[in-house]
Design a protein around this ligand. Structure first.
Ligand code: FES
Length: 102
């Protein structure tokens, strides 16, 4: 059954920023795209590059290893649609940010 886990507060991740967080045993990358928060796996599905070390521009995070780019809202890879990064539902209540993990 999915669980809702508090992972951060809104002041911790400004627009255009991202942060590695832990949620009930899951390591996640929390991204702030234009003021909206998204949580994705920090592991690139191409060859496991560290997405936390990539750039975040708008809704697109780019892997620092080979440059594959992923939409943090949908998980879709813009460069190669065969790849998709895992996404996790995020909920903001007041200043608290929660993520739903399986
Ligand atoms: S490991 Fe991320 S693009 Fe290759």
């Amino acid at each position: 059954m999915p669980r809702l886990v508090k992972i951060a507060t809104t002041g911790e991740v400004a627009p255009g920023q991202k942060k590695l967080v832990e949620a009930d045993g899951y390591e996640l990358l929390l991204c702030n795209a234009f003021g909206d928060y998204y949580a994705i796996s920090p592991i690139c599905p191409h060859e496991e590059g560290p997405l936390q070390d990539g750039s975040l521009v708008g809704e697109i995070v780019t892997c620092p290893v080979h440059g594959y780019d992923f939409n943090v809202r949908t998980g879709e890879c813009q460069f190669d649609t065969d790849f998709r990064v895992a996404t996790y539902p995020v909920r903001v209540e007041g200043v608290d940010i929660y993520v739903e993990v399986p």
